[in-house]
Ligand binder design. Structure first.
Ligand code: CAA
Length: 294
């Protein structure tokens, strides 16, 4: 049955989880954001507050709409809070085994009609669904970073995702103000299947001395009208995330064209993970941060 969604759960309070929770609360939904790490939860809530206050100061959001949104948002360290939610969106670390464990726990606590969605950027929805007793109600909702700003939602249908679940999530996406694209469940889906080889190629260009990082980025920014160059974007996404997606593409499609550039691997090994660590391809002065708003 196609469902009218009223309450949304979000697992994970990092950059993506807090951004999704903010978007859902501002869009009029009741939201519960859960993170097992209390400090991460506090930081996620702070991110939401600062992002919302910035929107108020810029005149993009009225104070009363913002206050209502914050009242509809609650936080917890327990997955049990999801007993009444209609849709739960998982946005935790990109690790298949950890995600499977969370899906198996969500399956136990969420009501039987609830849809379990993953914000995974590349891991198989079909395999996550197999960790539950409701594979027809498991689906991919891949938000782009930052979720409150980017217009796209990539919906991924697992091998067993039901038509009702798909239609429900498509309706939800429209209520969140997103334009939907639909991907079948193959490695990297649509966006990362195309984006990550470009980022990887930019690393190869840097690695083999074709050009400086600044010229590679300026080339793509001014030459193809991208808002950020590929190396700058990789820092924004997180070099560890880029590497893990490339490994999924390489393993899942078996083609050497997806082989991660050794320079990217070396940066990740060295802890140069991008903006969130204050250093990646570029150095970011001041406090480590994930983007200019966090
Ligand atoms: N939360 C809320 N709002 C935010 C925000 C955040 N975290 N970050 C930026 N914004 C808003 C700002 O408030 C501002 O809004 P207005 O224009 O209405 O005032 C707008 O976004 C632009 O922000 P800024 O002026 O501060 O900065 P900018 O012009 O440099 O834009 C950017 C920042 C939106 C991030 C832009 O650089 C951009 O679009 N970059 C590319 C981002 C991208 O490609 N994301 C997808 C990555 S791929 C992915 O996510 C998938 C994956 O699986 C890896």
């Amino acid at each position: 049955m196609v469902m009218v969604v009223r309450e949304i759960g979000v697992v994970g309070s990092g950059q993506m989880g807090s951004g999704i929770a903010q978007l859902a609360a501002v869009s009029g939904f009741h939201v519960v954001m859960v993170d097992s790490d209390e400090n991460a939860l506090k930081k996620g809530l702070q991110n939401i507050h600062s992002s919302i206050h910035r929107a108020i100061n810029k005149g993009q959001l009225s104070k009363s709409v913002a206050d209502d949104a914050l009242q509809r948002l609650r936080c917890s360290t327990s997955l049990q809070e999801f007993h009444s939610t209609d849709v739960v969106i998982e946005a935790i670390v990109e690790n298949e085994n950890v995600k499977k464990q969370v899906f198996s726990e969500l399956d136990k606590v969420a009501k039987s009609s609830a849809i379990l969605a993953s914000n995974t950027s590349s891991i198989s929805i079909t395999r996550l669904a197999a960790a539950t007793s409701r594979p027809g109600q498991v689906i991919g909702m891949h938000f782009m970073n930052p979720p409150p700003v980017m217009k796209l939602l990539e919906i991924v249908r697992g091998a067993q995702t039901s038509e009702d679940a798909f239609v429900t999530i498509k309706g939800l996406a429209h209520r969140l103000g997103k334009t939907v694209i639909c991907s079948q469940d193959y490695p990297g889906f649509i966006v990362n299947r195309i984006l990550m080889p470009m980022i990887n190629e930019a690393f190869y260009a840097l690695y083999t001395g074709v050009a400086t990082k600044e010229d590679i980025d300026t080339g793509m920014k001014l030459g193809t009208n991208h808002p950020m160059g590929p190396l700058e974007l990789a820092d924004f996404i997180g070099l560890d995330i880029c590497l893990s997606i490339l490994k999924v593409l390489h393993d899942g499609l078996g083609d050497s064209k997806y082989c991660p550039c050794p320079l990217l691997v070396q940066y990740v090994d060295a802890g140069r993970l991008g903006r969130k660590r204050g250093i990646g391809v570029y150095s970011y002065s001041g406090t480590p941060k994930s983007n200019s708003h966090l």
